[in-house]
Design a binder for this molecule. Structure first.
Ligand code: NAD
Length: 321
């Protein structure tokens, strides 16, 4: 694997898929200054070249980052390869509709990436992200620690943003997580939600902010439906996920041991095995170092297991696993 920032080798990040998500991620990564080299790989090479040229014209305002359009051989030495290729979700009813189309695309891509870069980490963003994270783990032969799905890092951000608005504080002071599927069966962990370290209901009682079940379900529903709500207005979502992908990239390149809610192939989490879904994970240079067990309520634990069942069924629809 390439050396982290500050080491001898320049930090390279490869991005497969230079569409909305891939190009926005590359732009956010460029602004972050975390990578010395960014290579964009796309089925339509002209498009990747156009994005690379446009991004290169931004580099004088940011820092010395080399950006180019390449092939799979350019994944060699990348610390991280971010997989964003696929069919756009549009206003499709469910991300699971994309299983077959994107499963077939990934069956082409993953062996190529791993052949040229057997030592790097893979970060999956394409949907359905949990199903594809599982497929990438199977297809790549990599240890589960080196395959990360963006999972509910985005839903967690959406929940914190909405909850922050509701209680009238900066979302960074809101502790709340969404676990399970990046999709309809996701589970907001209300029992552990807090504002400035104060349990949410205690905060609500003290301040007069509503935290009754109906209010929280309305916030959970808006979180769950946020992707389609954006897509029906502007066709796609990409800023939120791109920022989440940069946050994961930062945790890896800086070896932060950050606790992020990302998708991983679990092995006995809340009794769930052999499926990828989101739980809090410690993320550093080697990828997912470990998961963090949450003391869920009985209802949350049951909902988490139902979410795993939904995903297990979707994995069964994959063309090649
Ligand atoms: P897009 O259509 O703008 O971009 C997809 C790109 O992939 C296109 O440029 C296409 O040419 C390329 N591509 C297709 N097949 C390829 C292949 N075999 N090899 C290389 N490149 C290939 O779509 P988008 O809006 O960028 O979305 C990309 C994916 O990200 C979708 O699956 C979408 O559902 C997903 N997404 C995920 C999240 C999340 O939170 N995980 C959020 C938003 C979008």
């Amino acid at each position: 694997m390439a050396e982290p920032a500050g080491g001898a080798a320049p930090v390279k990040v490869a991005v497969v898929g230079a569409g909305n998500v891939g190009a926005t991620y590359a732009y956010a990564l460029l602004l972050s200054g975390l990578a010395a080299e960014i290579v964009l790989i796309n089925r339509n090479r002209d498009h990747a070249e156009g994005e690379a040229m446009d991004l290169t014209h931004a580099a004088p305002f940011t820092g010395p980052t080399r950006i180019w359009a390449g092939g799979y051989d350019d994944c060699a030495g990348a610390a991280l390869t971010v997989l964003t290729a696929g069919a756009p979700q549009g206003d499709s009813d469910s991300r699971l509709d994309l299983v077959e189309r994107n499963g077939a695309i990934f069956a082409e891509i993953v062996p190529e990436v791993v052949r040229h870069n057997p030592d790097g980490l893979l970060l999956v963003a394409s949907n359905p992200v949990d199903v594809l994270t599982y497929a990438v783990w199977k297809q790549s032969g990599l240890p589960r620690s080196r395959v990360i799905g963006s999972g509910t890092i985005l839903d967690t951000a959406r929940l914190r943003a909405l909850l922050g608005q509701h209680v009238g504080v900066d979302p960074q002071a809101v502790e709340a997580r969404v676990i399970g599927e990046h999709g309809d069966s996701q589970v907001p962990v209300w029992s552990l939600a807090a504002v400035a370290g104060i349990p949410l209901t205690v905060f609500g009682n003290a301040t007069g902010v509503a935290t009754d079940a109906a209010t929280l379900e309305e916030i959970a529903s808006q979180t769950r439906k946020a992707g389609p709500a954006v897509a029906e207005r502007k066709g796609a979502t990409y800023y939120g996920v791109a920022a989440g992908l940069v946050r994961i990239t930062e945790a890896v390149l800086r070896d932060e041991h950050a606790v992020l809610t990302v998708s991983t192939v679990v092995d006995g989490y809340q009794g769930v095995d052999d499926v990828a879904l989101s739980v809090p994970c410690v993320v550093g240079r080697s990828g997912i170092e470990r998961t963090v067990a949450l003391p869920l309520s009985d209802a949350e634990a049951a909902a988490f297991r139902r979410s795993a069942d939904v995903l297990r069924e979707a994995i069964g629809q994959l063309p090649s696993v």
